[in-house]
Every structure is written in C-alpha cells, then in structure tokens.
Design a protein around this ligand. Sequence first.
Ligand code: 4AD
Ligand code: MG
Length: 493
Amino acid sequence: MTEILSVREARQAESIGKTVLLRGWVRTRRDSKAGFSFIELNDGSCFGNIQILAPNSLANYDSVVLQLTSGCSVAVTGLVKESPGQGQATEVEAAAVELLGTADAETYPLQKKRHSFEFLRTIAHLRPRTNTFGAVARVRNQVCYSIHRFFQEEGFLYVHTPVITASDCEGAGEMFRVTTLDIDHPPRTPVPPAQPVLLAGVPAVPPAQQPVPPAQQQDGKIDDTKDFFERRAYLTVSGLLEGETYACGLGRIYTFGPTFRAENSNTARHLAEFWMVEPEAAFFELPDNMDLAERFLKRIFRDVMEHCPEDMQFFNSQIDKTILETLTGICDSSFERLPYTEAIDILLKSGEKFDYPVQWGMDLQSEHERYLVERHFNKPVILFDYPRTIKPFYMKVNDDEKTVRAMDVLVPKVGEIIGGSQREERLDVLLTRMKEQDLNADDYWWYVDLRRYGTVPHAGFGLGLERAVQFVTGMANIRDVIPFPRTPGSCEF
Ligand code: 4AD
Ligand code: MG
C-alpha cells in the first residue's frame, strides 16, 4: 500500500521499507553514469531534502526525469531505503516520477544556490522555496505556537481587539487613515457664508437656505461625518486600550494580531505592518510584568531550540554563528533589571562617544541600548521607570512624579523587543496625563470609565513578533522574517 508522506516523515529511519508517495519541488538533479539520476526533493516540511534515486529503467526517464530542472513540481512514488550517503538516514528509490509543473530554466529566478536577501525580497512570491525562507517560516510558526501555548498555560484568555480604531494608543500620530471618502473630491464642511446684504424691499434669503458656492465649499475642512464611520478612523497601532477593557473584567488576557505604524523609519528593525502579542493582567504590578516577560521570552527561545533543531542549526552555521550559544546563555541566566536613571549614569560614565549625547530625559537611541546590552551587561536588560515626558499617557506615574512605570526589554542586536508598563489606574492622574499630552479625555471616555468603575492595578506589554523571530534566527533585516514586508515605498505583493 502506498502511503502519502511528507519529506520530513520519509527522512526518518522508521519509514524504511515503506512504499510512499512524495510531492514537492525539485531543488537539483544530478545524473550518474551508472544509469540513474539523483533528484533532491523538498516540500517545505523540514529543512533537509530527500534524495530520490530515479533509475533509467523508468518508462519516462528520457522524456521526464532527464528534463527536470530546479523548481519543477513532481510526484514520486517509490520505496524508502536506508541511505548509504552521509547526513541522511533514508533515500527513495523511485518506481514512478510524474511531472506536475515545469519551471523554465531560462526564466526561473531561483537557479543559483545562493541569492542575496535583497534580490529575494523582489521575488517574495518565490522566496518561500529557498532554504533560508523555509527555515524562517517554520521558526515563525513555532514562535506563534509557543506564544499561544505559553499564555494559555498561564491562564490568559485570547481576546481579539479591532484592527480599525478611532483612538491613537501610543499618541505618536503614526496612524494610517481608513476612509471610503473620494480623496480626490472629499466632502467639505461648509464655510459659514458672509452675512447677506439686505437690499431695500427684497427679503433676504436666510443663510441656511442659501446654496454654498463651490469655491467656498473648497475652503472647508474635510467632513469626517460623511465618512464610513461618521468620524475619523485609523488602522490600530496597538490593541492595548481595548485589551485593558477585557483585562479589567476577565483578569488575564492577551491579544495577538497585526498592527500598523506609518512611521517613516527605513531601518532593519521597523515595519509598517507587524504582528504584536499583548498580554494584559489585572492585579499585576511592574515586577509581575517583568517576571512574565522574562518567563515568556525564555519559553519561546527554549521551544525554538527544542522543536526546530535543524532550522536552528542552519541559522547558527549560515546566518549568525553565535545564536545558539546566545539563546542557551539567556535561558540559563536572569535578565538584568535597571532603572532608566541608572542606565543614564552608566552611559555617562562609559567614556563612549555616542552620536546622540546622553542626558537624563532623552529617549534612548539604539546605540545606547546596544552599549548597555552588548557591551556593559552582555545579557538582556529590562529598563524601567522612564521619564514621563517620553512615554504615553497610560503609564502609571511614580511617586517621584518625574518617571513612569514603563519597561522595555532590550536584547543584543535587535534592541527593544518588548515595550510595556504598569497602567495608570487613578482617574485624576490619568486625566492630568491626558491633558499634559494634549489628548481630549472625551475621545477616550470608555477608557477613562475603567478608572471610574472598579479600577484595579494592572499591567501588560507588547512583544513585536518579527523582532522576536529576527532575534532567534539572527536574521539581520526584519523584512526577511515576515512573508510580505510593508515598508515605506514598498507594497508590491
Ligand atoms: O513599544 P511599543 O510601541 O508598545 C506598545 O505598543 C504598547 N501599547 C504595548 C503594550 O504595552 N501592550 O511596541 C511594542 C513592541 C516593541 O517593543 C517592538 O518589539 C514592536 O512592538 N514594534 C515594532 N516592530 C516592528 N516594526 C515597528 N515599526 C515596531 N514598532 C514597535
Ligand atoms: Mg516601545
């Protein structure tokens, strides 16, 4: 009986002796003088290929086997045998090779063994067929699986927060507008017409009935009340505010979904569309939040090493030779926890010449973060108690009135991987903070209500999924750890 197996299954010694059907894409073909061809077949189920031995006794040997080129899709039926070759337990002796789809060798872009990542970004639809992007996809999948398992096991409930929102959570104004208005001819609020001139004997038309001349309409602001939601709407930058409403009712929740930022940062760590995991827990204070973040990251790192060993070996040998050692070291030690003020002292005393001079109150640049993590502590650092002026309105103000209960988790190379805080649960302080940041509390009435009715201490954080995948794989550019990266000027696929 023929069993349909994945390449991953067929590569295991337990499959020896089975007659199997394998389907996948040809990586390479090599013909031996001894009367057969070797086909390296990959189906994405694992990093490695399986070697197919196709004897020239096959009826279609000349017409099909000898025509196979990189990228062709095939179905192979055959017997799994022990392989005499190194680095593979099994191989398959083909009884039939069926060509499913050709890939013209003249035009198929993945001919060479190695292409630059820049080039592969221009063929994002074909890069899943390469070693590196297959490995990234499997590790990304494992990270997502670990995220859900970790939070479910810790008693967090998965909650879906909206993608379309009216509020700017981070207050950074980096939001994409969502509109169905005709942007070439948007409706405008009428400009109040000038007072009608009263002509003797002729009754003036009341202003409301006077048609507004087109020229005057053009002077008005865009009329958002004519838009789909009858107000301004955006793509969310974070599910935090809505997440808090569920935490303040269900206790422990997490959101996990796409978030959008229209920041014009053309860096190797920024995307305009990325995925964020945001746990939020009632009755949590900042130290609980730090403990959770540390447990969470270690769990992801351990799982990836345990469940994706072949892919991680590849990253360790081809992408970043220190990655396995780094991840193991992190899992076996504890994160450094350091108040922002002490970090500033360390930076000032470092004797380093930074591009951005260090002073208390500044937002740390990646050069500062990297100095702390890679040179000074040489391990992940949780920085906390940042100046209130550089952090969003929702973070809890400390007794010193100068700092807020913010925390950022910094890791080598990637820098900030997690951002979070304890939330301001005091109504009066929250309102002061909103005013301070020029936010209209009426726009956030439902958020403010959480402090009005049964307020509780609570805290949470956000992990950027792509930053996490970037860190565990050692991939240098965040555009190479998401299938279809969205960055300024780039939305091809
Ligand atoms: O530090 P951020 O902006 O925090 C928040 O959005 C909070 N509301 C989270 C919370 O407390 N629930 O973003 C969180 C994380 C960052 O640490 C980073 O890993 C990632 O999201 N991130 C990005 N990743 C890729 N591209 C970008 N443009 C990113 N901006 C933030
Ligand atoms: Mg942040």
